[in-house]
Design a protein around this ligand. Structure first.
Ligand code: PHB
Length: 561
């Protein structure tokens, strides 16, 4: 009975479909549509599932790191982006074309996006956003109705008659575009014939416009990128997006079309010259961890859901098309189990058969949590981990970055304990880098032939306490040591009675992007205890933040705050 409400349409459920997987997918989609967070009762209402089922599904997703249970609320968590990442990696286009789109956005000083066709909608796979005030901007994974966009008419040039029919039926059934939660609400103001005419023109011209169809003031111009490897079919569409305060739709075409076309020619060359997919390293045993979680959590862990979700992560770069055997090998699932998961996903429109024996992910995989998280920041990623760390060590924990001059650190996230400390620190606080553990970890990361202190710092080595290191040579040695050891400990150099220890936080390329510390009163723990008891907790927390940052940053930059 609940299966009905969790399905997208009325087609009969295949007998082999895995019900918990259908329900788990429904929970992820409802959370996504709601902007990332819902209460358990909100989920109960929107999925039609019983409360006990919602609880078991969300505790399973929490174990996977896909959601966070936050009091009564259930919130999508960064790891869920590994599902969308699997699609984007398998697609390969973001890796090949994003830098072209970013360069075009820089050159034109306008937003540029890449979108793929998703049935009768368009779905964004990259956004180079220069959006100023006054218009909303769409996120990676957002789906818009084709007829209200610039890319839509271009994709429609490839629609078959049944696809046109499905589009007309959808329009008639959903006149307010309720099936497109990212699209600003609107009753259809243009007719079916309008779109058919736009598609005919797009075929003739090779470009298309959106003159405020999706939102008042927003104008967009689009050109398709043809894939020479796929018989010249449209791989994706590039849009330049502006606002009527800067460009009318007509002058977008007159002034920017030539440069958009040049960029598309370069993108097509990149696709033509891209290396053939190599046989990639095959992941193994993606699903083997689930048994232990089942043992531990019992009824609160729905193993068939966890196992089913790992099937999506079996796809990836150079693993765009997999056979049932490939999926079984990668996940460690029995063939019959992997097959039932694939049948379920096919039914849900998340997987399609790409050949007689191969399966591939569809853009709809991006509807599983991606858009609300695609703009997550480092401070949002770190905050729950800082709270857990502060809880475990009973001291306050903070995350900070270096200011551009490298003279100060600036706090970007913090979890304070109730213990009163004389240093009054909040997010935004700046402290001298040279005298803080956070600053030392960050300064120590500069290139080894550049362990010289940043300009401005030597002159600013003021003694803040009798212990402050103020000799540049001594400080350079301390930084070198911090680098070798992987942590910095500062003992009463910033403030009498204050001791702190910090470790670096690295992005997926290994670059240090922030520092994480625990600060405490010197009377609470000796230096030795600090290293023995607090440092391992810091290292572990940094690892968790780094893990989530790597997932969230795979196909887009993660802003600091
Ligand atoms: C966008 O990238 O935000 C965009 C692209 C095409 C449209 C509308 C918006 O038609």
């Amino acid at each position: 009975m609940p299966a009905k409400t969790t399905l997208d349409d009325d087609r009969a459920l295949p007998v082999e479909a895995v019900t918990p997987l259908i329900r788990g997918v429904a929970v992820l989609r409802r959370l996504t549509e709601a902007g990332g967070t819902l209460s358990a009762s909100g989920l109960e209402r929107s999925t039609g599932l019983a409360r006990s089922t919602v609880d078991r599904i969300t505790s399973t997703l929490a174990r996977m790191g896909y959601v966070r249970l936050d009091g009564r609320d259930i919130a999508l968590a960064p790891r869920v982006m590994e599902l969308g990442n699997a699609y984007l990696a398998a697609l390969g286009l973001p890796a090949l074309l994003s830098s072209h789109a970013d360069a075009l956005a820089d050159e034109l000083d306008e937003s540029v996006s890449l979108a793929v066709a998703d049935r009768d909608g368009i779905r964004f796979i990259h956004q180079a956003t220069r959006r100023r005030a006054m218009s909303l901007s769409f996120r990676i994974g957002d789906l818009l109705p084709a007829e209200r966009t610039a890319p839509g008419p271009l994709f429609a040039t490839e629609w078959t008659e049944p696809e046109w029919r499905a589009w007309r039926e959808r329009r008639a059934k959903d006149p307010e575009d309720r099936g497109f939660p990212a699209a600003p609400w609107q009753v259809h103001s243009s007719s079916d014939e309008d779109f058919e005419r736009r598609a005919a023109r797009a075929r003739r011209d090779g470009w298309a416009l959106d003159d405020q169809l999706i939102e008042p003031g927003l104008v967009a111009m689009a050109v398709p990128v043809k894939d020479p490897r796929a018989g010249g079919r449209i791989a994706c569409v590039v849009s330049v997006v502006s606002h009527t305060s800067r460009h009318t739709a007509a002058d977008l075409r007159e002034t920017l079309l030539p440069r958009l076309r040049t960029a598309v020619t370069e993108m097509e060359r990149t696709l033509r010259e891209a290396p053939q997919p190599r046989p990639a390293h095959t992941p193994a045993g993606l699903a083997t961890w689930t048994g232990a979680s089942k043992q531990e959590l019992g009824r609160e862990f729905v193993e068939s859901l966890a196992r089913g979700l790992t099937v999506l992560t079996a796809f990836g770069e150079d693993r765009a098309e997999l056979t049932l055997t490939d999926v079984a090998n990668a996940t460690g699932l029995a063939r019959a189990t992997a097959r039932r998961a694939l049948i379920t996903y096919e039914h849900l429109g998340l997987v399609r058969q790409s050949g007689t024996r191969t399966f591939t992910l569809t853009p709809r995989v991006l509807s599983l949590g991606y858009p609300p998280l695609s703009r997550t920041t480092l401070s949002q990623i770190a905050t729950p981990h800082l709270a857990e760390l502060a809880d475990r060590v009973h001291e306050s924990a903070s995350l900070a970055v270096l200011t551009p001059s490298a003279e100060e650190v600036q706090y970007i996230a913090r979890a304070a304990t109730s213990r009163v400390m004389s240093v009054n620190i909040t997010v935004g606080t700046r402290l001298p880098a040279y005298a803080t553990s956070l600053g030392r970890v960050l300064l120590a990361d500069r290139p080894s032939d550049d362990l010289r202190l940043p300009p401005g710092v030597p002159g600013a080595l003021r003694p803040l306490t009798p212990h402050t290191i103020t000799d540049p040579t001594a400080l350079t040695a301390v930084l070198a040591e911090a680098r070798t050891r992987g942590y910095a400990l500062v003992d009463e150099e910033l403030e009498a009675g204050l001791r702190s220890v910090a470790v670096p936080v690295r992005d997926r390329t290994g670059q240090v992007v922030a520092a994480l510390n625990v600060a405490m009163h010197a009377a609470r723990r000796s230096v030795e205890e600090c290293v023995r008891d607090v440092l391992p907790e810091l290292v572990e927390t940094a690892g968790r933040v780094e893990g989530e940052l790597a997932v969230a940053g795979r196909f887009g930059g993660v802003a600091v705050a």
